[in-house]
Design a protein around this ligand. Structure first.
Ligand SMILES: [Zn+2]
Length: 420
């Protein structure tokens, strides 16, 4: 089988820079992929779309009483603005932000131990003036780590905007040791729109050209991260699969979509399903590759489809001798918008062992990834493809099991956003 890990690895090297949504880096990432496709003699389509983005203009967190302390802070995107000259308010540590923690929290700047949709909702109901969320580990070396830059999503903002910042865990502990009474939070940000896009190319099926299998991988990365594991790996594997299908013409049409702005909230795949609503009925399956390559890790298939597909993959990995984990579940990636439209999906992922990779940080680098592990995963995806793309009759039912539909709705926060 002509699938080469070295080629995948070399493509990743070309993408070894930060590819944050809507930035020049993301555009350069798209160019690497486009050039690779053109080198195969194909002409990809670039479908551009707008993505909401923000710019933090000014952020400052000060503990003002009893002891002055200026704290390194990053503004939460979309968390609004904290007046022009900042908000000065009483400080409270509200821990898990349960009702009992929040009894006296109204109008205060609160430090939480963690952040999430439910916590944010409770903070909004409690009418806090601002929030502070710790990030990273207490033992992080500030010289070797970046303070995470975070943002609220649409699902948060339905409860209203509360200006917020993230700070280092070490600083959170340091603040609490001073028994703080008052804090001042300054935050100014601009909300705007930026450009992103999907790169699309297909190889027509020789026997069933109207039956389509879609391959997806996002090529953007998060702030500070060169995103080799997440997800230059999947992007480069898709290019290798495209090469494979050019040499081995498929019976059904294979369509490759390199999605932009996944990390900002699946914008690429959402744009694709919205724009191509009419053609979605032809898509039989989505094969998504997001996270591959760690030397110490475990290949895993996450099946967002009927049970039978799980059994098929289980039999198959035993047959071909490819040890892997397997579960039937949703997966937070570009498969979701497709599955939300009733298109079953399989996610091929290689999870790094704890400590073996570092996702969403400056340490998401090539050192812990090898051509061999990339090749193993790509080969398995190709073999799986042969059995499905080239099946006599397409075997996977075009239906998402009810329990997974429920999980998708919850993931997309449909109830809260009232979208269909
Ligand atoms: Zn990813």
């Amino acid at each position: 089988m002509d699938i080469k890990g070295k080629r995948i690895y070399d493509t990743m090297k070309k993408m070894n820079f930060i590819r944050l949504s809507t930035t020049e880096g993301e555009k350069s990432g798209a160019k690497v992929i486009t050039d690779e496709i053109k080198a195969m003699g194909l002409e990809p389509v670039f479908e551009d779309f707008k993505v909401p983005c923000y710019e933090i203009v000014n952020v400052k967190l000060e503990i003002t009483e009893p002891k002055y302390m200026l704290v390194e802070a990053k503004g939460y995107g979309y968390s609004g603005n904290a007046a022009k000259d900042g908000i000065t308010a009483d400080f409270a540590y509200v821990e898990a932000a349960e009702d009992i923690d929040l009894i006296d929290a109204e109008g205060k700047i609160v430090l939480v131990s963690n952040m999430g949709y439910e916590i944010y909702e409770r903070l909004a109901k409690a009418k806090v003036a601002g929030f502070i969320a710790p990030s990273g580990g207490y033992f992080d070396d500030p010289k070797k780590t970046d303070l995470d830059e975070r943002m609220l999503r649409k699902g948060h903002i339905t409860y209203g905007q509360i200006p917020g910042v993230s700070i280092r865990m070490k600083d959170a502990v340091k603040i609490l040791k001073t028994n703080p009474k008052k804090a001042k939070l300054t935050l100014e940000q601009k909300e705007e729109e930026g450009d992103s896009g999907n790169i699309i190319v297909e190889v027509k099926g020789t026997k069933h050209p109207d039956e389509v299998i879609v391959y997806t991988a996002h090529y953007d990365s998060v702030v500070f991260s060169k995103g080799m594991y997440d997800n230059a790996s999947g992007s480069a594997i898709l290019l290798e699969l495209l090469r494979y299908f050019l040499k081995n013409p498929p019976l059904r049409t294979v369509r490759f979509i390199w999605c932009g702005s996944e990390e900002r909230g699946l914008f690429g795949s959402k744009d694709y399903v919205k724009r191509h609503e009419e053609q979605l009925k032809d898509i039989k399956l989505c094969i998504n590759v997001d996270l591959a390559g760690p030397i110490i890790g475990r290949d895993t298939a996450i099946v967002l489809a009927e049970d039978k597909l799980c059994h098929m993959i289980e039999y198959m990995y035993k047959e071909v001798g490819h040890p892997m984990g397997l579960r039937q579940d949703i997966y937070s990636s570009d498969c979701i918008p497709f599955a939300d439209k009733g298109i079953p999906a399989v996610n091929f992922v290689r999870y790094g062992a704890p400590g073996a990779v570092s996702c969403h940080t400056r340490n998401d680098v090539l050192d812990v990834i090898s051509p061999k592990t990339l090749e193993n995963t790509a080969r398995f995806v190709a073999r799986f493809s042969e059995r499905t793309v080239n099946a006599y009759m397409f075997p996977v039912e075009r239906k998402i099991p009810d329990d997974l539909v429920e999980k998708i709705d919850k993931y997309l926060r449909k109830k809260q956003l009232k979208e269909d």
